[in-house]
Ligand binder design. Structure first.
Ligand code: ADP
Length: 536
């Protein structure tokens, strides 16, 4: 067979040739704007051309601090299609971490949304390698960052017929993203053209997300979080209509976008879908266009899956991945060989993370080697494949996570007879009580299935006799504060767990602290709760 390179240039040019009239709908601070792919690709060529004139060339790192919108999409292609590296920056990180990753990546140009300018202005003296700042706005913007350009003016000078670089190596870096670490600085993961293209194929498989030209896809997951799970790349390639929800969206804005633009598939972390669920229970929307709510990043609670599927008739897709895995690695889908399943069995399958995506390999290693496929024995998940990272960029922590050609995910899982994987916990969040493991995720999911509970997180507190014991932190839904007591929750949990799994204490909170991508911030919560219990 021919060994033709897999390049992002082919993805965007396909959209231009086959789908010039298909749409990208972009919500920005100035309203909702619609572009055709023809316009998007022309604007992308202009941006690529203007960046080249600025001196961006093969290997140059270009950072973005931006929401999900059309300009960010243009950057997604313009930068790698001239051989430069698209470095999407999580703007919710602390200023120190943002400065660290801009410097660690050696970003030379930054593309910044207007409302995020103060974040960069605050660290401007700490990022000496950055030679130019492009403000993603229509108009000129006053800023302390120099030299700066306003995006629309900047691309106006670019050539709309600019030719993307064709002579790229498919293994050359196209993008990079930093993942938060338990302690210390974020770790950088580099994505190659080849990895992104193969991952895009994976998103199109009928038994994964089946993303296709006929879809209207709305990635709610930020474009800085593992490339919005690769959706903008695949959607552009396939000619899928894209709806980009822009800045400061609320559940109401998301529901309205789905309704108005007949979104068929959308993607985000469980906290987003929990918020949307409250909204659609509050007010009627017509969300009948949805064929899939893709959920990953942390475990989707069974109660939430049930509410979407049974109450609202919205199909739920549970998937697992990491920054290091591009991210799609595991996805829940019903195998036909399981025969006719009743509703409860279907929900149970969706509550697991699913089976390995074709193209990848896995191993689950426990205390005594690979675990049995019995749904019980726990082990760490190891992954390898063409869209799995092989290292962290210039980081000695590579040694801890990449060994013998495998990525050690740090996630403890079980696998059942059919190959369905269930994430039990992150290694560091498992609770060790009396020499046995307790899964914080299992208890959280059980509590969140209670009708009065908005969210719940379970963490360990030290215990003299048992080493660690679980404590549940619970946020009640509005209107339930008077109605739900600790006793009610214990009565609800008791039939579901062995006695020693039940939390020693249930603490009611107003909010669970979250990470920059909306996951429970277990570390902070653990510290707070441990301090609370030490005092008392
Ligand atoms: P961060 O480390 O900053 O949270 P990632 O998005 O890379 O960034 O997180 C990957 C981790 O998220 C995985 O290692 C796993 O612990 C967790 N995760 C992802 N998807 C799921 C899922 N469906 N169920 C449970 N945990 C998940």
């Amino acid at each position: 067979m021919m060994n033709t390179p897999l390049l992002l240039t082919d993805l965007i040019e396909r959209a231009e040739v086959y789908f010039p009239t298909k749409k990208v709908i972009s919500r920005t601070s100035s309203g909702v704007h619609t572009f055709t792919y023809k316009e998007i690709v022309q604007r992308t060529r202009r941006l690529a051309s203007a960046l080249s004139c600025l001196g961006v060339e093969e290997g140059t790192k270009v950072g973005t601090l931006a929401w999900n919108h059309h300009r960010h999409l243009e950057a997604y292609f313009a930068i790698p299609c001239i051989g430069a590296v698209l470095h999407t920056i999580n703007f919710r990180l602390s200023p120190q971490h943002i400065a660290y990753i801009v410097n660690h990546a050696r970003d030379e140009v930054l593309l910044i949304d207007k409302d995020l300018l103060p974040l960069v202005e605050a660290i401007k003296d700490q990022i000496p390698h950055v030679k130019a700042f492009i403000i993603l706005s229509e108009e000129e913007v006053e800023t302390e960052l120099k030299p700066s350009y306003s995006y629309e003016k900047f691309i106006e000078q670019g050539d709309p017929a600019f030719q993307f670089t064709k002579e790229l190596d498919e293994n050359a870096p196209a993008g990079m993203c930093y993942t938060s670490a338990t302690t210390g600085n974020p770790k950088g993961v580099m994505y190659s053209h080849r990895g992104i293209v193969l991952h895009s194929y994976a998103l199109g498989l009928a038994d994964t997300t089946a993303l296709s030209e006929k879809d209207v896809a709305m990635p709610v997951v930020p474009m800085f979080h593992v490339n919005a799970w690769g959706l903008p790349f695949a959607a552009t390639w396939f000619g899928t209509t894209q709806v980009l929800p822009g800045p400061y969206f609320t559940p109401e804005i998301l529901a309205t976008l789905i309704e108005e633009h007949r979104v068929t598939i959308t993607a985000g972390v469980p906290t987003i879908w929990n918020g949307l669920l409250q909204e659609i229970e509050r007010k009627d929307y017509n969300l009948s266009s949805l064929r899939g709510v893709l959920c990953g990043g942390s475990a989707a609670p069974k109660g939430m899956i049930r509410a979407y599927e049974e109450k609202h008739g919205i199909p739920f897709m549970h998937a697992y991945g990491m920054t290091e895995t591009s991210p799609l690695a595991i996805i829940a889908s019903e195998k036909s060989s399981l025969g006719e399943l009743n509703q409860e069995e279907k929900i149970s399958i969706k509550a697991k993370q699913g089976i390995l995506v074709p193209g990848l390999q896995m191993k689950i290693v426990g205390k005594d080697g690979e675990v049995a496929w019995d749904g019980k024995e726990m082990g760490e998940l190891l992954l390898r494949g063409p869209w799995i990272a092989s290292q962290y960029e210039n980081d000695e922590r590579t040694l801890g996570s990449f060994k013998d050609g495998w990525l050690y995910t740090g996630d403890v899982v079980t696998i059942d007879e059919e190959g369905y994987i269930q994430v039990v916990d992150r290694t560091k969040d498992l609770i060790k009580s009396g020499g046995e493991w307790i899964s914080s995720v299992d208890i959280e999911n059980a509590i969140m299935a209670h009708e009065g509970v908005f969210e719940a997180a379970v963490v360990a507190i030290p215990h003299e006799q048992w080493h660690e014991r679980p404590v549940a932190c619970v946020v009640l839904k509005e209107g339930y504060h008077e109605k739900v007591s600790k006793k009610d929750l214990y009565e609800f949990l008791t039939p579901q767990f062995a006695k020693w799994w039940l939390p020693d204490e249930i603490v009611f909170l107003n909010e669970i602290p979250k990470t920059s991508v909306g996951k429970f911030l277990k570390r902070t919560l653990r510290d707070e709760i441990q301090a609370l219990f030490q005092q008392s």
